[in-house]
Design a protein around this ligand. Structure first.
Ligand SMILES: O=c1nc[nH]c2c1ncn2[C@H]1C[C@H](O)[C@@H](COP(=O)(O)OP(=O)(O)OP(=O)(O)O)O1
Ligand SMILES: [Mg+2]
Length: 198
């Protein structure tokens, strides 16, 4: 049995504004007071693990200890089939220190080149950690295709080149409220809610 979340305050253990906004939207119905890692001046830990879950847990446990509050971390990324799953856990690092996602999206497109397989998945690991060290982890996924050129201005990161399966719009074009119902993050969040918030 997963541990129930009964506290009133929660730290979002992320320094990514796009993610903090999305997680804040997903948490809104639960009436929890939410702080971001930046609000609390928490450091950004180095992501030394080899899996999404490993890095999510590293971030959640560091923030829970640092803030002495429960903390929810998200480690996510884009796995491109023709690139053997790259950029994967390196999705943020492909954008470099300036967080240049125009460059990172070009790297994805140039990597696929003329390869006929344009399939990709977004993956999201969520890790909820308590200050006593207890952790609950979840992983969500969404299948789609890489399109080029990029389209739309909603969302963040690789959203303008990711078109979910069954849709003719990219996550850059789809309204945020619709993304929140179907994304890799929504999938992981539904598992978290079922296990810990119900
Ligand atoms: O819904 C998404 N739509 C577009 N791109 C996305 C999405 N979800 C993850 N991504 C890409 C961009 C992001 O920068 C990277 C995650 O890397 P990741 O290390 O988990 O996050 P981060 O370094 O940006 O912030 P932090 O670690 O402080 O939470 O994957
Ligand atoms: Mg990161």
């Amino acid at each position: 049995m997963a541990r129930r979340f009964t506290e009133k305050k929660l730290v979002i253990a992320s320094h990514n504004k796009g993610k903090i906004k999305e997680i804040g939207d997903l948490l809104a119905p639960f009436g929890i007071e939410v702080f971001s890692a930046g609000d609390l001046d928490l450091p950004e830990p180095e992501e030394t693990e080899k899996t999404f879950i490993g890095n999510a847990q590293l971030k959640s446990t560091a923030a829970a200890k640092g803030a002495n509050l429960p903390a929810l971390a998200d480690d996510s990324g884009l796995a491109v089939s023709a690139l053997d799953g790259a950029p994967g856990i390196y999705s943020a690092r492909w954008a470099g220190p300036d967080k240049d996602f125009d460059m990172a999206m070009e790297k994805v497109q140039n990597g696929i080149g003329s390869h006929p397989d344009r399939r990709a998945s977004f993956i999201c690991a969520l890790s909820l950690a308590w200050p006593d060290g207890h952790v609950e982890n979840f992983e969500g996924r969404l299948e789609g295709d890489i399109v080029w050129p990029k389209r739309g201005r909603h969302g963040f990161g690789y959203d303008p080149i990711f078109q979910p399966k069954g849709y003719d719009q990219t996550f850059g074009e789809i309204e945020p409220a619709i993304k929140h119902e179907m994304s890799h993050r929504a999938d992981a969040f539904a598992q978290l809610v079922a296990a810990c918030f119900k």
